[in-house]
Design a protein around this ligand. Structure first.
Ligand SMILES: Nc1ncnc2c1ncn2[C@@H]1O[C@H](COP(=O)(O)OP(=O)(O)OP(=O)(O)O)[C@@H](O)[C@H]1O
Ligand SMILES: [Mg+2]
Length: 455
């Protein structure tokens, strides 16, 4: 049986709840904060009901909030349902902001509360499943150098990496900026028989052309002014290892010819040298430009392309990877939280929406940067869109939260305002307004009816 902890300073309520819940749960009870935290740490209940008014401050909420914070600090996965008195709406909101999963207004109707409890266990079990899946995938990803993904396109990429790694065939990796091309090259190397030999990356776009040749192939003493001693090039360093030619599309015509010769004959000549030096290096190339266009336009040699692209791997842009977006977001969240004292529990539902619908021009790198920024910037346990650097959605006009408003009224008013402004923004086009609001068209019609709105 699942454990639930009931925290309430009124013995009568503890008894009532224990009696009402004992059939379905193993019920633990506590009458004050100290007892509650001790029981919480000892039994690790998945769900807690917490009365905010605890001694020594039964009329206030401070002890209750302290308890809530400490529980979430010691187990961020805990589902805490906060019980509030009738006049404590502000506390209910604050509790949810602090990380409570739900709130319930006294007086207690046990059947109603049971539904809330059941739902909390349900959410908890879904979250536990997700966490387990995430961890399993993260473990699997370590064989690919921390590269993660489970969408069909990425499964295809992993399967190709696995197949080609043990061979020496040249691999050509394409994909937009930040999609993980270098990670693929490193994964191929890590899974190959060459893994304990050097992996040598060289960015063909970053080095001026006149320096690139000696950078790649090295030079002999006296090859040019300043060449005081013989120097090995990157290609030679990659002997028995893997040479990663990043931004290969940037290579000049002359160097393309020299590289082609190396690929065909497996020998190089240093600048200013005559001697053929045999080099056994596995070549992985990458580009984020359209290489077929470059070939058609004559700036990239077709024969070099065929030599370097015996196997081609294309990385899909992040926006096409579906649920991988949240998978990666959670991966980065955990990585950045592990490295800091920040306790962030996850992404708010609004953030999830924004992450899933963002266009991701900078792909995985952009996601990584946004999550890192958010972990630093946030003030709340759940990352909000603004933490992630997304502009705030236009606020619903005219809603003010005056004290006498009940939560239901407030929700209704926000809902009505949002719907009205969406319809107005879409010039009465219901299909578009529904899409903008993230609901189906029939749902929107129902909501319009409920709020007495017309298109
Ligand atoms: N599938 C993935 N799982 C985890 N991290 C990833 C994944 N793909 C990319 N990354 C991370 O995203 C960042 C960018 O990846 P990488 O440098 O390999 O991209 P790239 O395609 O080479 O980009 P560019 O074209 O700008 O050079 C890196 O920090 C990398 O670790
Ligand atoms: Mg790169």
């Amino acid at each position: 049986m699942e454990k639930i902890l009931i925290v309430d300073d009124t013995e009568e309520i503890r008894k009532q709840l224990k009696w009402g819940l004992a059939k379905d749960y193993e019920v633990l009870t506590a009458g004050d904060g100290k007892e509650a935290l001790a029981a919480f740490r000892k039994h690790r209940p998945k769900v807690v009901t917490l009365d905010l008014g605890l001694p020594p401050d039964p009329a206030g909420t401070e002890e209750g909030f302290r308890c809530l914070e400490e529980m979430l600090h010691s187990d961020p996965a805990a589902k805490v349902i906060v019980l509030t008195g009738n006049e404590e709406r502000a506390s209910a909101l604050r509790a949810v902001q602090t990380g409570a999963c739900d709130f319930y207004q006294k007086p207690i109707d046990i059947n109603e509360l049971k539904v809330v409890i059941k739902r909390s266990f349900h959410i908890r079990s879904i979250e536990d499943d997700n966490r387990r899946m995430q961890i399993a995938l993260e473990q699997k990803s370590t064989q690919f150098g921390g590269m993660m993904g489970q969408c069909p396109q990425m499964e295809q990429v992993f399967s190709t990496i696995r197949k080609v790694a043990s061979t020496d065939v040249p691999v050509f990796v394409t994909g937009e900026s930040g999609t993980g091309k270098e990670l693929v090259a490193r994964a191929i190397h890590a899974l190959s028989l060459r893994h304990d030999r050097p992996f040598i990356p060289i960015n063909c776009g970053a080095i001026p052309e006149n320096l690139l040749e000696s950078e790649l192939f090295g030079y002999e003493k006296g090859a040019f002014t300043g060449a005081h001693a013989r120097k090995q090039g990157k290609v030679e360093y990659a002997h028995h290892g893997t040479l990663f030619l990043d931004e290969i599309g940037e290579l000049s015509g002359g160097l393309q010819v020299k590289l082609l010769r190396f690929l065909q004959e497996k020998v190089i000549q240093r600048v200013g040298g005559r001697e053929d030096i045999p080099v056994d290096a596995r070549v992985v190339s990458a580009t984020n430009t359209d290489i077929t266009k470059a070939i058609a336009g004559g700036s990239f040699r077709e024969d070099l392309y065929y030599r370097t692209s015996v196997i081609a791997i294309h990385l899909p842009p992040l926006r096409e990877r579906g649920s991988d977006i949240m998978l990666l977001a959670n991966l980065f969240l955990r990585r950045f939280c592990d490295g800091s004292s920040r306790k962030v529990r996850g992404f708010s539902s609004e953030s999830v929406k924004r992450l899933e619908s963002h266009d991701w021009p900078g792909n995985v790198r952009e996601l990584e940067n946004r999550v890192q920024r958010a972990v630093i910037m946030t003030d709340s346990p759940l990352l909000e869109p603004t933490d992630l650097g997304f502009a705030e959605a236009s606020p619903p006009g005219g809603v003010t939260f005056d004290e006498k408003l009940t939560l239901r009224d407030a929700r209704d008013r926000v809902e009505r305002e949002l719907i009205a402004s969406a319809i107005q923004e879409q010039n009465g086009n219901i299909a578009k307004a529904a899409e903008a609001l993230g609901v189906s068209r029939p749902t929107l019609y129902d909501l319009m009816k409920k709020h007495g709105l017309n298109a």
